[in-house]
Design a protein around this ligand. Structure first.
Ligand SMILES: NC(=O)c1ccc[n+]([C@@H]2O[C@H](COP(=O)([O-])OP(=O)(O)OC[C@H]3O[C@@H](n4cnc5c(N)ncnc54)[C@H](O)[C@@H]3O)[C@@H](O)[C@H]2O)c1
Length: 377
């Protein structure tokens, strides 16, 4: 592949596809060949630069909408996969179409960059992982906050041993009022609400830091008191997912995960992220980690020479030479495709993220704690 440009297709040309497209256009070694969207004419309009900005990721890209010449458009992603000689696709559909589109692309021998959350259920995630394994291709999941230096610092602190053995984690976060609209709020398209939209990031922030232990049991809760209420949400009639979720999760290795996430609550935040270890603790101020940032300087609590000490971890600056987080997300995926190296955000980890989210949904439905089993891939 080194002697020619990588041929890229985009499946789902809504809001976030524009961020993918813009980041691909910054890379010298790719060619955008085609795109598909089930809304007739939408992919063509996307490449003509006339639509594409959705609820999120739109502000930055609107001014950058450009017409792209010679890109072919399809109303059916399977037709695109059959007609085009592609190397890789970005799957940017709403959540309920993630599994079908990425499995079809992997089955045709393409590398896949799949937007977060990985999908909706554990069963879908397992099917995606199996298709990936059979294909031998790269599958990376779209968690761009992974490339933020502050996120990396959380993992470095855990890996340094400063916390000792981590045994309890509180994570989550969210908004006082911030229910998105569009395809995020219906079961048929979003599949899951706040849990999948922003909860997956909060889980990734801490689980990546401690090496993604598997969940054993989940006691989960979800509610929709804001999304369904006309007093708080204009599109209440369409709302059919969760706007708040909480869970108590037992992880392998004796780690407890206490999690809460909100699109809407009557408070500024459901809390900071805290990791308790046998030798220290780390407090990460309530964070919009989905935007690739922590909420402020972190605090490391530890004993030095017998004295209880608090060390402030200053905010880390990102290296401008690497480009923004989107640039790094796309570049790291392309590098893995070209060099046949490990996926930057591997499905083996995000399968666990998905199993926790799915466990919360299933436990909430059952009204009791459930055991979580993740099949071998
Ligand atoms: N990484 C991030 O920062 C970030 C930010 C926003 C959204 N996202 C994720 O990106 C995904 C899309 O979000 P969005 O805001 O662009 O949504 P969107 O609704 O604007 O766009 C999704 C598009 O996919 C199309 N689509 C659905 N099923 C399809 C199929 N089978 N084949 C082809 N096209 C299909 C829809 O018609 C729509 O145009 C979601 O999973 C979301 O969680 C990620």
């Amino acid at each position: 592949m080194a002697d020619r440009k990588l041929r890229i297709g985009i499946i789902g040309t809504g809001g976030i596809a524009r961020s993918h497209l813009n980041a691909y256009l910054n890379q010298p070694d790719v060619e955008i060949v085609a795109g598909a969207d089930i809304v007739p004419g939408k992919a063509a309009a996307f490449f003509a630069g006339t639509v594409g900005a959705g609820a999120w990721g739109a502000e930055k890209s609107l001014s950058e909408n450009k017409a792209l010449e010679g890109v072919r458009s399809y109303d059916d992603h399977v037709a695109m996969l059959e007609a085009e000689e592609l190397d890789a696709v970005s799957v940017c559909t709403y959540n309920t179409a993630h599994a079908e589109c990425s499995i079809n692309a992997l089955n045709r021998g393409l590398h896949v960059l799949l937007e977060k959350p990985m999908c909706v259920t554990t069963e879908e995630a397992v099917a995606i992982c199996k298709a990936e394994k059979a294909s031998g291709k790269v599958l990376s999941i779209g968690f761009q906050p992974r490339f933020d230096e502050n996120m990396k610092m959380i993992k470095k602190i855990v890996d340094s041993g400063a916390l000792g053995r981590v045994y309890y984690i509180q994570t989550g976060g969210g908004r006082r009022r911030g229910i998105p609209g569009s395809t995020f709020i219906e079961k048929s398209t979003g599949g899951i609400g706040a849990l999948g939209d922003i909860g997956c990031y909060s889980l990734d922030m801490v689980l990546n830091a401690i090496g993604y232990p598997k969940p054993l049991t989940v006691s989960g809760y979800i509610s929709d008191f804001f999304g369904k209420n006309p007093k708080y949400y204009a599109e209440h009639a369409r709302f059919s997912v969760d706007d708040f979720g909480a869970a108590f999760v037992r992880l392998e290795g004796g780690v407890i995960l206490d999690f809460r996430i909100s699109w809407a609550i009557h408070a500024d935040t459901p809390g900071d992220t805290i990791l308790f270890g046998t030798d220290g603790a780390l407090r990460i101020p309530s964070t919009d980690c989905w935007n690739g940032s922590v909420g402020g300087p972190m605090t490391l609590y530890h004993d030095i020479a017998g004295k209880q000490t608090e060390t402030t971890i200053p905010l880390q600056k990102n290296d401008k030479n690497k480009g923004d987080l989107w640039n790094q997300k796309i570049r790291s995926f392309l590098n893995a495709c070209i060099n046949n190296t490990e996926s930057p955000v591997p499905s083996s980890q995000i399968l666990i993220n998905q199993a926790i989210i799915d466990g919360i949904m299933k436990s909430a439905q059952a009204g009791k704690e459930i055991a979580v089993e993740i099949p071998e891939i």
